[in-house]
Design a protein around this ligand. Structure first.
Ligand SMILES: [Zn+2]
Length: 725
């Protein structure tokens, strides 16, 4: 049933219509969470694609639907990795969390992640909330206590775990093994497995000391977990999530320590628990609750219904490494504490980068901050780059399997989809409207409408239905695909209607103006619909489109999608603005260089000093060297070799003859930059065929520590063909 919206927006140029919905089946409120990022370093685009962009799209969609939604997140600031990072950076744990909390908060804001609150677990409100949670479970006898023996450093009066204890690896015998893992062979270790352990704090040999801790007995809740996940949610949760839960449950649920001996974290609220804090896995998810409380304080709302009422839909967006915490452990905690359980946990798989897993230690990564500095903060279209990244990361979202970020893929997605399909459609519609319809929204006359017009109206309505269904089921890739597909249909409609051809014979046949008007009317209504539909994904683009159409952002309310009356007849629109800029080849090449150089530097840093110097090849006699004929030459032409990323085809003048030489330097130099350079050539090297081209000689290059190549050249330019010896 279509009804006029009680509030008219005629003055802004569009009508608002809406379908009266059956609201009865919908949850009353939504609580959306993104995994709390750990405050020991900057986060990379894999994190962004896994837990933040999907949650942001979902929250923006719910807001556009006018549903009650709170989107919470915050920094996870406890755990041993924080004081360890402080030791590394030569500062305090507090300085570390302050630094990274602020940096992450800024990065998320720069990339338009629209948290309603971004909290932090070092906040007193969180400490209080976590202590209350622990006490509630403890008082009701839901926790077990166990006494164990652990390594203790008497000099610093601390129990030693993880990185606070090091020794020899029992597997590879390396002396770079820690209480959690061996740095050499990567094996996961416990402190008890280390040979000759020492404290990393004092350097002393530790002693064993008895200590008591509280445990969450997960096995007691196996029946609940089986019924709740494997029966109730086997169809509506992602198969990978249910599968991982099943293997955890089938593998036998162990009691998990809730507390540990550490002086960084939430103090255990018991008298006999001095020097003990809550384990970070226990207090971190409670951070969602404290963040909600903070939001309620800031906005004068009640937080309790979001955590206690069954008509709340709680959705956790996480990466797959977090499944066990959000699907098994935290739900058990929530159940025992009397809270609601998550409705869904749409966990994502991992995002790889240029053919390899992202890794901080190997420096094979693209941090959000890097993208912001290299693209977003640049002049001329930097503001468009946020949506360009959001687009690509959604298009390759690892929803059901690992996927891969490549710079070439980013360039293709932007240039051949955003620019060529979506941007091009909107631009053409506006340019033609100004040219053929005098800059105003033309009238549509139903009497002369044809099947193509009717089909476009159906396409728009169907797109909304499909996109909505996908978004409700956390299928963001598919939803975005359907938005672009609708723009594609718009291009096709315009191409088939050819209003510019009709305009050429207007003098002879004035009646054709109405055909032009009909076409442009539909094209503009479609453009307005595209703004509504793209808004959850690319919010800046939608806003820019609103400005071009001179309408308020309220037009972006989801209820407007599917309407052919969003822009009212006779309303004048602005000139089009460029929505997206192209990504150039040089930008991609530059990012690839940066990625490789970073990775090489990281390898060098971890290598023992003796390995950093390249070992010399075996000794040769003068006669061996004398066989090599080295000559100077000048590069007279250079071009890329098709389908070979690394090769440049060079024409080199040796004075006495010209040579074609293939050189593996394409990652380091642009062809146009090296023409005219003097080089040294191995002139008597046997010819070799590569990519169907005969390479006749070799150019000498020197490689610096970062892996960058430099030409070996005479000090001054000399005649080509000179002997080098
Ligand atoms: Zn090892």
């Amino acid at each position: 049933m279509l009804k006029k919206c009680p509030k008219s927006f005629d003055t802004f140029g569009y009508f608002c219509t809406y379908e009266k919905k059956q609201m009865n089946n919908l949850p009353k409120r939504y609580l959306v969470t993104s995994a709390l990022p750990y405050a020991n370093g900057l986060k990379h685009i894999g994190h962004l694609a896994g837990a933040y962009i999907p949650a942001d799209i979902y929250s923006r969609y719910l807001r556009a639907q006018k549903r009650d939604v709170v989107f919470v997140c915050g920094s996870d600031e406890h755990g041993t990795a924080i004081p360890i990072q402080a030791m590394k950076e030569g500062t305090t744990a507090q300085a570390i969390i302050d630094k990274y909390h602020q940096a992450m908060k800024e990065d998320f804001a720069d990339l338009q992640i629209s948290f309603d609150v971004y909290h932090r677990t070092s906040d007193p409100l969180h400490h209080e909330t976590s202590r209350e949670f622990f006490s509630y479970l403890h008082e009701r006898g839901e926790l077990e206590t166990k006494e164990t023996e652990q390594y203790y450093d008497e000099a610093s009066s601390t129990f030693l775990a993880d990185r606070f204890i090091k020794g020899t690896c029992p597997h590879c015998k390396s002396n770079r093994a820690f209480g959690d893992q061996c740095e050499s062979c990567g094996t996961a270790l416990s402190p008890d497995e280390l040979i000759d352990p020492v404290s990393t704090i004092s350097g002393n040999k530790p002693v064993k000391k008895k200590t008591t801790h509280w445990y969450l007995p997960l096995a007691k809740h196996e029946t609940f977990l089986r019924e709740w996940i494997l029966d109730q949610h086997k169809d509506d949760w992602r198969p990978s999530v249910v599968g991982q839960c099943k293997s955890w449950i089938d593998g036998g649920l162990q009691s998990r320590a809730v507390t540990r001996d550490l002086n960084w974290g939430v103090q255990v609220p018991l008298e006999d628990a001095a020097g003990k804090v809550l384990y970070v896995w226990f207090d971190a998810p409670i951070g969602y609750i404290s963040a909600t409380k903070q939001w309620a304080i800031d906005n004068d709302k009640d937080w309790k219904p979001y955590w206690y009422e069954n008509d709340t839909q709680l959705v956790h967006f996480i990466g797959k490494d977090n499944i066990v915490f959000h699907c098994i452990i935290f739900p058990v905690m929530l159940k025992l504490h009397g809270n609601i359980l998550p409705t869904n946990v749409p966990a994502n798989e991992f995002l790889n980068l240029e053919g390899d897993k992202m890794s901080t230690s190997r420096n094979w990564k693209l941090e959000m901050r890097d993208f912001i500095n290299d693209f977003v903060k640049k002049e001329n279209g930097g503001d468009q780059c946020v949506d360009m990244l959001r687009y690509y990361l959604t298009q390759i979202a690892p929803e059901s399997k690992d996927s891969e970020f490549t710079w070439k893929g980013f360039q293709d997605a932007v240039n051949s989809e955003l620019v060529s399909i979506f941007g091009n459609y909107v631009n053409r519609a506006f340019v033609l409207m100004h040219k053929l319809c005098g800059g105003k929204v033309p009238r549509f006359v139903e009497e002369i409408a044809d099947e193509k017009d009717h089909q476009l109206v159906r396409d728009i309505a169907n797109a909304r239905t499909k996109i909505e269904a996908s978004l409700e089921q956390y299928r963001f890739r598919e939803a975005l695909f359907d938005v672009i597909d609708l723009a594609r249909k718009g291009n096709k409609y315009m191409q088939e209607k050819e209003p510019w051809i009709l305009a050429k014979t207007l003098a002879e046949n004035p009646a054709q103006q109405q055909k032009i008007d009909n076409c442009m009317h539909h094209c503009l209504q479609l453009a307005a619909n595209l703004a509504v539909l793209i808004n959850p994904f690319l919010p800046s683009t939608a806003k820019k489109m609103c400005s071009m159409m001179k309408v308020v952002d309220k037009m972006l309310d989801w209820e407007n999608a599917g309407s052919m009356k969003l822009l009212s007849v006779g309303y004048s629109l602005r000139e089009p603005q460029l929505l997206f800029r192209k990504i150039e080849d040089e930008e991609i090449a530059c990012q690839m260089d940066k990625l490789r150089a970073g990775a090489i530097a990281a390898v060098d840093e971890t290598k023992p000093a003796e390995e950093k110097v390249h070992a010399l090849k075996e000794e040769i006699v003068y006669d061996d060297f004398g066989k090599i004929d080295l000559r100077t030459g000048i590069i007279t032409a250079a071009q890329k070799v098709p389908k070979a990323d690394k090769l440049l085809q060079l024409e080199v003048d040796l004075g006495f003859e010209k040579r074609t030489i293939l050189s593996g330097i394409a990652m380091h130099f642009q062809p146009e930059d090296i023409v005219g350079k003097q080089v040294v050539v191995v002139a008597n090297l046997a010819p070799r065929k590569m990519r169907g081209i005969d390479s006749n000689g070799m150019i000498l290059m020197a490689e610096d520590a970062s892996g960058k190549l430099h030409f070996v050249q005479p000090e001054h330019t000399i005649a080509a063909g000179a002997k080098v010896s």
